[in-house]
Design a protein around this ligand. Structure first.
Ligand code: MTE
Length: 305
């Protein structure tokens, strides 16, 4: 992507939204934005970025989760995440931006175009789902805060509130849960801040009220319940990478040819197909190769895993 190297230009000048959206989506987004008010849900358009694969059921998507703030069992988030208060909510955006500040949820939603995006979702543990997210392109929010020319990365943090997040009473992970993206990855039109699933507000166990979705990367990059984004010129700390850098790289792009040290990534287990569901071949960059491979041209994916 050429614009990465034009550091003299602001992103808002060079990546107008319309470049990434066809006319139908723009219209649907506008109509939706008027109709949905502050709840932020409801603008649907089957867009160029959605897969035509059949989505998992809401039950699958909301009952088989990873959200260690609520425990390590797959059913712990569904059991315990109702204790999380998501209203009021704000996101602190700081670091190398012209417009730092604390942005309230309603303000964020009313300035964003909510779309439906049906994405493949691949966990590093080798299970997968297809999820109909509602959300907006992270680029919209970043353009609004105006990254400075030296900014190269975005770091993200989840809420720390042990009274409501029982898992945070143990030192299982070094809280807050943290993640990071290169700025070009963060600005990519596929990179979403999800606000809902199946047209409903995002369930707490899936990372309410705002969570990142980066469909070509392993699921742990998709950080939940975000309260802070920091633009920086240094590669950010990322929870699983800090925990075990040999097993979890900073990039964590889905790649069938780069195995996890303890298991193969060549195939995956689709959730929802029952006990005897057939494994499927893992797709390079989780099926988004055409859209995103250019960002990694010339990079050794097995070294920068
Ligand atoms: N975000 C936070 N804050 N805490 C977590 O434990 N787990 C990650 C990611 N985001 C996690 C998180 C992992 S390992 C995965 S696979 C996905 O969330 C799971 O998302 P889902 O439960 O919506 O499928």
């Amino acid at each position: 992507m050429a614009y990465r190297f034009r550091t003299d230009l602001k992103y808002s000048q060079i990546t107008p939204k319309a470049d990434f959206l066809n006319r139908r989506q723009v219209m649907a987004g506008m109509a939706g934005a008027a109709a949905i008010g502050l709840s932020g849900q409801g603008a649907f358009a089957a867009g160029q970025y959605s897969t035509s694969e059949k989505p998992n059921t809401l039950k699958d998507i909301t009952s088989y989760n990873n959200f260690y703030e609520f425990g390590t069992g797959k059913d712990d988030p569904a059991k315990h995440a109702h204790s999380l208060t998501t209203d009021p909510w704000s996101v602190k955006i700081d670091g190398m931006v012209d417009n730092p500040g604390s942005y309230g949820l309603e303000d964020i939603l009313s300035n964003a175009t909510i779309e439906e995006r049906i994405y493949r979702f691949r966990c590093v543990e080798a299970w997968s789902m297809v999820i109909p997210w509602n959300g907006f392109q992270l680029s919209q929010l970043l353009e609004r805060v105006s990254p400075q020319s030296g900014a190269k990365y975005v770091s993200f943090e989840t809420l720390v509130r042990p009274e409501e997040m029982p898992g945070q009473n143990s030192a299982l992970l070094d809280w807050p849960y943290r993640e990071g993206l290169r700025l070009d990855e963060a600005m990519h039109p596929l990179t979403l801040i999800a606000t809902g699933i199946y047209g409903e507000d995002l369930p707490n166990q899936n990372g309410a009220p705002l969570r990142l979705v980066v469909p070509w990367k392993y699921g742990f990059k998709s950080i939940k319940s975000i309260v802070r984004m920091t633009l920086t010129d240094k590669q950010p700390q990322a929870t699983w990478n800090m925990q075990n850098p040999r097993e979890y790289g900073f990039y964590s792009n889905v790649n069938p040819n780069v195995d996890h040290p303890r298991w193969s990534q060549a195939s995956e287990r689709p959730i929802g197909g029952g006990l005897f569901a057939k494994r499927k071949a893992t797709l390079m960059l989780n099926g988004y190769e055409e859209e995103v491979a250019g960002m990694y041209a010339g990079m050794d994916m097995s070294k920068n895993f």
